[in-house]
Design a protein around this ligand. Structure first.
Ligand code: AMP
Length: 581
């Protein structure tokens, strides 16, 4: 029997978990939902909330809720949640642990291994942090694959002909583009490029800025001073953005968003798709530039592309398809569900590793989106320079790969050499990002020119291993990469894992899921109770709204239909917030 390796798309905005069953992909549902919002929160009794519940409380308790943690992966900064600080890895681990629980409930057995997807453009530190999040969550991350690769893999499961595909992946927080070749049973990523700080959140921000400006001009208030006000703006801006994907105009309305010297300020502002598109045009231009860099990297031009595959929620923005269509004279594809195909591809990869019989490619070739190298004394622009960059692994090389470069000592009897490791393309090494350094000591006392072999090994997860060997003696030195950002010490990681285990309680995620369901019911009942108490003092108009929404909540509770709770709960919290303000 093949072993179970789940596939996880750990997204900025949403996350999903999938497995292969009888040769087919199943995206595992949690209370009827395939998509788990990537929100983590702390409830009133210090219980951990994940997903929809955490997202629901974001408006009311932004200080107890974390969103878009993926944007901070690989950074050293901690985030605050309910007065406690957490590393980005710990917050991501909470999401992973929850997903693990969902799969365990579905499969009725423990899940220990996973394939997790990351943006192709994720740096070494960001990949490392993702792996650590997996470990903290109690998952062995058997492979990390690039999101566009995963998407192509799920697409390939449906198509057989030889094709060159452009995978355009625009999510909540990141943008990736990859040129993928599919032939027979081989999915090969030929080149990729992207920006790991560009996504739908930036589009929301443009609308938010627009509203902030509007409120300053027309109501004379600076809403940015109100955390709650900004949280509400966040939500209405995102809603407006989504609606503009389907309609040419939207009216952005939010009652009692703030007050000005005791007078309530209501927000009502019309936004057209045309105006919105001009706000985000520069971002779309940036993505098109990235496409051309990827095409150059693959030695191809736009006319060599047979198909365009759209991945990520933000590709629903009509301007995206439109600009791609103008550029490539091809209608982009969105047959594969843009939200789910990454998790599906990860599950297919997991099954391939686990030895299951899947109707997918037997070989998956991935590439590195970065160049890695070291520095040496040399000539730069005709001048003697101490830190000339020596690229060792070149961008767009297929993984896994091992490359060795020879360096020589500069002085007689030189006993130590400092090896610095950089990521980047600049010929002045110091203009690249230094990702590590180590010292090889105890070399033989010989004349200058003693050769040293520096070996760079990049594995399938995009993690770099560096070692150094003195050629003449075969002496291999242990290396210490001591300054890769955010690299957790093992003990710190174990502590984090313990902390998480305690938070989730014995039995891990399964228990958590039950308590989530319980929590949703309790939260809904409490909200209804509170609303009923406030009915008397509400105006006739508000009362009517409240009664309607309460009825919807009660119906959902009676039918135990938790998925239908969200909408009316959101509405009721907004009304109550407005009444209480
Ligand atoms: P993902 O990270 O792939 O889950 O994508 C999430 C992003 O897609 C978020 O920024 C969402 O606001 C955005 N999104 C979802 N649906 C739409 C839509 N209909 N139109 C525009 N953006 C959307």
């Amino acid at each position: 029997m093949s072993e179970i390796i789940v596939g996880i798309d750990l997204g900025t905005t949403n996350s999903e978990i999938a497995i292969i069953e009888n040769g087919k992909v199943t995206i595992i549902e949690d209370a009827g939902c395939k998509i788990l919002p990537s929100f983590v929160g702390m409830g009133e009794n210090d219980e951990v909330l994940v997903g929809e519940i955490a997202k629901n409380q974001y408006v009311l308790y932004p200080e107890r809720t974390i969103k878009s943690i993926k944007r901070q992966m690989g950074e050293e900064n901690k985030v605050e949640m309910a007065g406690q600080s957490y590393t980005p890895q710990e917050i991501s681990a909470i999401i992973l642990k929850h997903l693990k629980g969902i799969a365990e409930t579905y499969l009725k057995q423990p899940v220990q291994k996973a394939v997790i997807t990351v943006p192709a453009y994720f740096s070494d530190a960001q990949r490392q942090a993702t792996r650590e999040a997996g470990t903290i969550a109690g998952l062995e991350v058997v492979r990390m694959i690039n999101e566009p690769t995963a998407a192509a893999l799920s697409y390939e499961a449906e198509q057989k002909a030889h094709k060159r595909i452009l995978v355009y992946d625009l999510g909540g927080g990141t943008f990736d583009v990859s040129v993928v070749s599919i032939e027979d049973d081989v999915v090969e990523v030929i080149a990729s490029h992207g920006n790991n700080k560009l996504g739908g959140d930036d589009f929301d921000q443009k609308i938010i800025d627009h509203i902030v400006k509007h409120l300053k001009q027309h109501a004379n208030i600076d809403i940015q001073n109100s955390r709650k006000g900004m949280a509400r703006l966040n939500r209405v801006a995102e809603e407006a953005k989504r609606m503009l994907s389907d309609q040419p105009f939207v009216t952005i309305e939010e009652e009692y968003i703030e007050e000005n010297k005791g007078t309530p300020v209501h927000l009502s502002l019309e936004l057209s798709r045309d105006d919105y598109e001009s706000m985000i045009a520069d971002y779309i231009d940036e993505t098109l530039e990235a496409i051309h860099i990827a095409l150059n990297g693959a030695n191809l031009t736009a006319s060599d592309i047979d198909e365009i595959l759209l991945v990520g929620g933000s590709t629903r923005t009509p301007l995206v398809s439109q600009r791609l269509k103008d550029e490539f004279r091809l209608q982009p594809h969105s047959e594969v569900d843009p939200d789910l195909c990454v998790a599906a591809g990860a599950a297919i990869q997991g099954a391939m590793i686990g030895g299951a019989d899947v109707s997918a490619s037997a070989v998956l070739i991935d590439i590195t989106p970065y160049t890695y190298g070291s520095s040496a004394i040399g000539e730069l622009e005709g001048e003697f320079y101490l830190y000339k960059y020596v690229p060792i692994i070149h961008k767009n090389s297929s993984l896994p790969l091992v490359k060795t470069e020879v360096f020589y000592t500069m002085r007689d009897n030189q006993e130590a050499v400092e090896v610095r490791i950089f990521q980047g393309e600049e010929s002045d090494a110091l203009n690249n990002i230094q990702i590590g350094e180590f010292l090889i000591e105890g070399l033989s006392k010989v004349a200058q020119g003693n050769p040293l072999l520096v070996k760079f090994e990049l594995d399938l997860d995009g993690i770099l291993h560096v070692s150094a060997i003195e050629k003449n003696t075969g002496l291999e030195k242990a290396i210490v990469i001591d300054n890769v950002i955010s690299r957790c010490e093992k003990t710190e990681m174990l502590e984090a894992k313990d902390r998480l285990d305690k938070i989730f309680g014995e039995g891990g995620g399964v228990l958590q899921q039950e308590s989530d369901t319980h929590h949703a019911i309790v939260q809904a009942e409490a909200l209804v109770e509170k609303a009923e108490r406030m009915l008397e003092t509400a105006s006739a108009e508000d009362r009517e709204d409240m009664v309607n929404v309460i009825e919807m909540i009660n119906d959902a509770l009676t039918q135990e239909d938790l998925a239908s709770l969200k909408e009316p709960m959101d509405q009721l919290s907004d009304i109550l917030y407005y009444l209480e303000s």
